[in-house]
Design a protein around this ligand. Structure first.
Ligand code: NI
Length: 136
C-alpha cells in the first residue's frame, strides 16, 4: 500500500534562454523575450512528491522535515537568488528552460533520497506554465 506526500518550496532566479549554436536572429525567433541578453526572473514554485510504503514504526512515509532540509540544501541554496546561466555550474552548458531545471532538480534530489522511495518533481515557472518529471 503506497502513499504520496508532497513538500512545496519556492525560489527566485534569473535566466536567459539561448542556444549558442544559433544566430541572434534565430535565438530571438525561437525564445522571444526569454532570450533577453540582460536576463529576466521568475518566482519558481516547486512541488516535490515522494511515494512509497508507510514505515509502521513512525507512521510516516518520510519525515517532512528531512524532505524540507533536502530541498533547502540541494535546490534553494543552489538556485535561489541566482542567475542560473552565470552563477550555477548546472546551467553553464545547459539551457535553463523549465524542462531542464525540472530534470536537474529531480536528479539532485534523487541522488539523496532513499532509493526505495519514488520521486516526482513538478516545477511551476509561472502559475500557468508547469513541468513535471518522474525519472521516466
Ligand atoms: Ni523565462
Amino acid at each position: 500500500m503506497k502513499v504520496s506526500v508532497c513538500r512545496k518550496a519556492h525560489f527566485n532566479a534569473a535566466h536567459r534562454l539561448y542556444n549558442p549554436k544559433w544566430s541572434d536572429e534565430k535565438n530571438w525567433e525561437v525564445f522571444g523575450k526569454c532570450n533577453n541578453p540582460n536576463y529576466h526572473g521568475h518566482n519558481y514554485t516547486l512541488e516535490v512528491w515522494v511515494k512509497g510504503e508507510i514505515d509502521p514504526e513512525t507512521g510516516y512515509l518520510i519525515d517532512l522535515k528531512i524532505l524540507k532540509d533536502l530541498i533547502e540544501s540541494e535546490v534553494e541554496d543552489r538556485f535561489d537568488h541566482k542567475n542560473l546561466n552565470e552563477d550555477t555550474k548546472e546551467f553553464k552548458e545547459l539551457n535553463p528552460t523549465a524542462e531542464n531545471i525540472c530534470i536537474v532538480i529531480w536528479k539532485l534530489l534523487r541522488a539523496k533520497l532513499d532509493p526505495k522511495m519514488e520521486l516526482k518533481v513538478r516545477l511551476y515557472e509561472t502559475e500557468r506554465n508547469i513541468v513535471e518529471f518522474d525519472g521516466n
